[in-house]
Design a binder for this molecule. Structure first.
Ligand SMILES: [Ca+2]
Ligand SMILES: [Ca+2]
Ligand SMILES: [Ca+2]
Ligand SMILES: [Ca+2]
Length: 656
C-alpha cells in the first residue's frame, strides 16, 4: 500500500493543503484524551482517496518503477537530450542502437557543441547526466574516428572558436562544471596547447589528464585530441550514504530542512526518545546498530505506535526499507514512558533523568499537556544542568487558542512548531512566546508497529508537532556530532538562530526564529557559552537543593574579583542568578555591559518581592557590607529591553 501511494505524494499538494483543518479537528478530539496527535485515521482516508483518483488519471507514472529514482533521472535526461539535440524522434532510436553497438557516429557535428553552449547547462543532475551520456557516446567516435584531421592547420582553424569559448566561459562565470580529459597520446603536444587554450588545467602530466570546462570538451573532441573525457565527480561517501530507501521521495521534509544538502555523520552524540516505546521487531529497528533500549518496550496498545513513529523520524536507517530518518546512524536510545499503554508522567520523568544521567545528549519529548508540572520541569532542568538539550513539541492546539503547553513552555526547552510543504506554519501548531523554531510536521512518512499496520509504514504520513520535534532532535544530534566543541547552551542557540526566517519577520510566536536549516546550523558562528544554567532561582544555584553541588560562587573569601560573560533570554532564560561574596566592611561593585537589568539581592530562597540591596544604574551596582562578617549575596541579571542579549559582569571589592 505504501508503495502504491508513493508517487502521488507531491503531485496533489495544493489540493491536499486544504485538508489541514479537518485533520486538526481530528487532533483536537484526541487532545481531550490527553495525548499527542492522532491524525492518522482521517489522514489515511483522505490520502487513500486521493491516491486512487490520481493513479487512474495518470497510470504511466505509477507504472514506471517508482523507487528507482536514478533510473528515472537517466531516462528523463536521455529524453531531454534527444529532444534538444536530436530533433527527429527517429534519430533518437538510432542513438540508442549506436550506443549499444559502439558504432562511431558523426552525429556530434559542429552544431552539437554550440547547442551546448547556447544552453549553458548549469549544474543540475539531470543536465549533467544528459551531457555525460552523449559525451560518452561521442568519445567513442573520437577514439575510433579519423585522426588525420588534426594538425597545425586544424589548430589554427580552431583557435577563433576556442577564443569564443573562453570568452563565453568568462562571461557566464557559471559554477565550474568541469570534465576530466585525457589527451590522446598521438597528439600530446597539440592537444596540450588546445586544452590550455580552452581553459584547461593540467592535473597529471604523465597521464595527460586535464581538468577542462565542460562545454569546451565537444570542440576538443572534434579536434581529435581527446582520448577520454568524463564529468568530474564529487567524491564519494556522500553518494554512498545518500538516502535511498523506497519512501525517501515522500519525505518532503528532507529538502525543507536541508537534510539532503549535507551528509549526516556516523554515530556520535546520542538522542533519547522518551515516548511510548518502539517496535523492536520493525524492519527499521530490528537490526539497527547503536540502538539502546533503556527499559522494556511495549507497543501493544493502539496509542503506542507514537514512539515508533517518532523514533523513525529521528533515526530510521538507510537500509533499503521504508523511510530514512534525519540522522540515520544516530546513537538512538529509547525509553518507554507508557508502561500501561499510555504516556505516564512518572515514567516520562524517569526517562528524562535516565537519559541525562548517561551524559550530554539530545532528549526528544513529543508530548505535552496543559497542566504545569513542577516535577517534570525539575527533570528537564536537571538534564540541562548535566549538559543535555531537551527538545519538545510545541503542541497541536493552534486553532484552540494555543493554551500554554508543558513541557514546551518551560525555560531552556527547545520548543518546536510544525510547518507544511509550503514552509508555512501549520494551523494546528501551538503559538507561544517560548517557541524556538519550526520544522516540518505535516504529512511526515513514519514507521508504524507492524502489529498495527502490516506494511510497517504510514504514508503519505502523520501530522503534528510530535513529528516536527524529532526532526529538530535528529538535526541537533547531527550538528552536535559535527561540532562537539559546543556545549548545550551553544547548540541551543545555534539551532534556533541559524534557522531560516519565515512567517512574520524576525521572531514570532508561530515559527520562533524560523524554519530549521541543518546546513546553516552546521556553519553558524558559535555564540558564547552561557555558564551555570539553569540558574533562575535560588533553588537551582544553592547546594543541596535541586542540585547537590549548586553553582560555584563567582567570588568567595580571598577571591574577591571575577568576571563572567553570559546571556539572558526573556523566554528561555529569564534570569541569571549568581552567588557572590560580600566581604565585611567592603564595597562590592558589579560593573556590567549589555542591555540588562542588574540587581544585588539578599541571599534568600525567595527573590521575588524582596527589596534589593542595590539596583544597577549606568552599568554599575554597589553594595557596602557594613556588618562584621562577610556574607554571600546574589547578583541577578535580566534582559531589560531586548529579547535576548549577551552581557558581561565584572566584580570587585574595595575598602570604600
Ligand atoms: Ca529505512
Ligand atoms: Ca522554548
Ligand atoms: Ca544565562
Ligand atoms: Ca539563567
Amino acid at each position: 500500500m505504501a508503495a502504491a501511494r508513493h508517487e502521488e505524494g507531491r503531485i496533489e499538494l495544493p489540493e491536499r493543503l486544504q485538508d489541514e483543518r479537518p485533520l486538526v479537528e481530528a487532533w483536537v478530539r484526541h487532545l481531550q484524551a490527553g495525548l499527542a496527535d492522532r491524525l492518522l485515521p482521517i489522514e489515511q482516508e483522505v490520502e487513500v482517496e486521493r491516491a486512487r483518483t490520481l493513479r487512474r488519471r495518470n497510470p504511466p507514472i505509477a507504472a514506471e518503477g517508482p523507487f528507482d529514482r536514478q533510473q528515472r533521472l537517466q531516462e528523463h535526461a536521455r529524453r531531454q537530450a534527444r529532444l534538444e539535440l536530436y530533433h527527429p524522434v527517429e534519430e533518437a532510436g538510432l542513438v540508442d542502437v549506436a550506443d549499444r553497438l559502439r558504432i562511431p557516429k558523426r552525429r556530434d557535428g559542429p552544431h552539437l557543441g554550440f547547442r551546448q553552449l547556447t544552453q549553458p547547462s548549469h549544474s543540475s543532475a539531470e543536465r549533467r547526466l544528459a551531457v555525460a551520456e552523449i559525451r560518452a557516446e561521442a568519445d567513442e567516435g573520437a577514439c575510433h574516428g579519423p585522426r588525420s584531421l588534426v594538425g597545425p592547420s586544424t589548430l589554427g582553424a580552431l583557435a577563433p572558436r576556442l577564443l569564443t569559448l573562453l570568452a563565453l566561459f568568462l562571461v557566464a562565470a557559471a559554477p565550474a562544471r568541469a570534465d576530466l580529459v585525457q589527451v590522446d597520446r598521438a597528439h600530446a603536444h597539440d592537444g596540450a596547447v588546445l586544452v590550455r587554450h580552452a581553459g584547461g588545467t593540467e592535473l597529471a602530466r604523465e597521464l595527460r589528464i586535464w581538468r577542462v570546462p565542460a562545454y569546451a570538451v565537444a570542440e576538443l573532441r572534434r579536434a581529435g585530441v581527446v582520448r577520454l573525457s568524463q564529468p568530474e565527480r564529487l567524491l564519494a561517501a556522500a553518494a554512498q550514504r545518500e538516502a535511498t530507501d523506497p519512501l525517501v521521495s515522500q519525505e518532503w521534509w528532507r529538502s525543507a530542512v536541508g537534510a539532503d544538502r549535507a551528509e549526516p555523520p556516523g554515530p556520535g552524540k546520542p538522542v533519547t526518545v522518551v515516548d511510548s516505546g518502539i517496535d523492536l521487531t520493525h524492519p527499521e529497528f530490528a537490526d539497527r546498530a547503536n540502538t539502546t533500549v533503556l527499559n522494556a518496550q511495549t507497543t501493544d496498545d493502539e496509542d503506542e505506535d507514537h514512539g515508533t513513529q517518532v523514533a523513525s523520524v529521528i533515526a530510521a536507517p538507510n537500509n533499503g526499507a521504508g523511510v530514512v530518518g534525519v540522522y540515520p546512524e544516530a546513537v538512538l536510545r529509547v525509553w518507554d514512558a507508557s508502561p500501561f499503554g499510555f504516556l505516564n508522567e512518572g515514567a516520562a520523568i524517569q526517562g528524562i533523568v535516565e537519559a541525562a544521567r548517561r551524559g550530554p545528549g539530545v532528549i526528544n519529548l513529543s508530548f505535552g499537556g496543559e497542566d504545569d508540572d513542577p516535577l517534570l520541569e525539575q527533570a528537564i532542568l536537571r538534564a540541562f544542568r548535566l549538559g543535555s538539550v531537551v527538545v519538545a513539541a510545541a503542541g497541536n492546539a493552534g486553532l484552540e487558542g494555543s493554551p500554554k503547553n508543558f513541557p514546551a513552555a518551560y525555560a531552556h526547552v527547545l520548543t518546536v512548531g510544525a510547518t507544511n510543504e509550503s514552509n508555512q506554519v501549520a494551523g494546528f501548531s501551538t503559538l507561544s512566546p517560548t517557541l524556538d523554531l519550526a520544522a516540518p510536521g505535516v504529512r511526515i512518512p513514519v514507521a508504524e508497529p507492524t502489529s498495527q499496520e502490516a506494511s510497517g509504514y504510514v504514508v503519505p504520513g502523520v501530522s503534528g508537532t510530535s513529528f516536527a520535534a524529532p526532526i529538530v532532535s535528529g538535526a541537533a544530534a547531527w550538528v552536535w556530532t559535527r561540532r562537539p566543541e559546543l556545549d548545550n547552551t551553544q547548540l541551543f542557540e545555534v539551532l534556533r538562530r541559524s534557522s531560516t526566517d519565515i512567517a512574520v519577520q524576525g521572531f514570532d510566536d508561530a515559527s520562533g526564529y524560523g524554519l530549521l536549516s541543518i546546513p546553516n546550523a552546521l556553519s553558524f558562528k558559535a555564540p558564547i557559552r552561557d555558564p551555570q544554567e539553569p540558574n533562575e532561582t535560588p533553588n537551582e544555584i544553592e547546594p543541596n537543593r535541586l542540585f547537590t553541588a549548586g553553582t560555584t560562587p563567582l567570588t568567595a573569601p580571598g577571591r574577591t574579583t571575577a568576571a563572567i560573560s553570559a546571556r539572558v533570554d526573556r523566554a528561555e532564560d529569564p534570569a541569571d542568578l549568581y552567588r557572590v561574596w560580600a566581604a565585611a566592611k567592603m564595597t562590592l561593585r558589579a560593573r556590567f555591559s549589555g542591555p540588562v537589568a542588574l540587581r544585588i539581592l539578599h541571599r534568600e530562597l525567595r527573590t521575588s518581592g524582596t527589596s534589593p540591596l542595590a539596583i544597577g544604574k549606568r552599568g554599575v551596582a554597589s553594595y557596602r557590607n557594613t556588618g562584621k562578617r562577610g556574607v554571600y549575596v546574589y547578583i541577578e541579571v535580566r534582559s531589560s529591553v531586548v529579547r535576548w542579549t549577551d552581557y558581561t559582569v565584572r566584580l570587585t571589592a574595595a575598602r570604600r
